[in-house]
Design a protein around this ligand. Structure first.
Ligand SMILES: C[S@@+](CC[C@H](N)C(=O)[O-])C[C@H]1O[C@@H](n2cnc3c(N)ncnc32)[C@H](O)[C@@H]1O
Length: 198
């Protein structure tokens, strides 16, 4: 990671912490992933290596920048989806400052619509960090848009464990997937779609 991106990530992290401590309205909180979660996503994306990533829940772009930096050496792209226009504006500024805009496609929309419109097996990696109660209804599309051998990672699987119970059950019942909970940051639910489908 170059110094410009590293320093911007530290700045966004500090901004998010200060902002979230100050504001009461949840829609105005940044709710960024932890730095070790960023490192974890980066390792997974580099290991794959991922070329096309879908993120739902951009906020001001902190997690997007970790992913975009991981893809920057291989001409990969992160398509990141955010429905809050104010957060889209904040993310846009951060992406321009990062020098990684070529690796990012920022979409102002609802994640459900983007998933429904996406083609089959186009993503190597999907990162979900949005409205957790929607994940069960999104699962058929998520499974469809991730390629065999692709990964799905969901943040907050330990911090909001009860909200993941039904989703985890549905994923565990899916024959073509492996799933495990990784205690990094707020808890990452890691799902692998098998190369050979059952
Ligand atoms: C936890 S924050 C994302 C934090 C970001 N991933 C990061 O680490 O910097 C969740 C974001 O998801 C957005 N969101 C929630 N539900 C959404 C949906 N259905 N479609 C698009 N964005 C959504 C919210 O507006 C909020 O900005």
């Amino acid at each position: 990671m170059n110094g410009r991106v590293a320093s911007l990530l530290r700045e966004i992290e500090a901004f998010g912490k200060a902002n979230d401590a100050r504001v009461a309205d949840r829609s105005q909180k940044m709710l960024n992933i932890t730095p070790d979660t960023g490192e974890f996503l980066s390792i997974l994306a580099r290991l794959q290596p991922a070329k096309r990533v879908l993120e739902i829940g951009t906020s001001n772009g902190y997690s997007t920048l970790w992913l975009a930096d991981a893809l920057s050496g291989t001409d990969g792209i992160v398509e990141t989806v955010e429905r809050n226009p104010e957060k889209v504006r904040l993310a846009q500024v951060n992406f321009e400052r990062s020098g990684l805009s070529r690796c990012i496609s920022l979409v102002e929309a609802d994640g459900a619509q983007v998933l429904a419109a996406a083609s089959d097996s186009v993503y190597d990696f999907v990162f979900l960090d949005s409205e957790r109660t929607e994940y069960v209804s999104w699962w058929p599309h998520i499974l469809r848009v991730v390629r065999p051998g692709g990964l799905v990672v969901c943040d907050n699987a330990i911090s909001h464990k009860h909200e993941f119970e039904q989703f985890t059950e549905v994923v565990r019942r899916t024959p073509s997937c492996s799933v495990c909970l990784v205690p990094v940051g707020k808890g990452q639910l890691l799902i692998l779609k098998h190369r050979e489908l059952a």
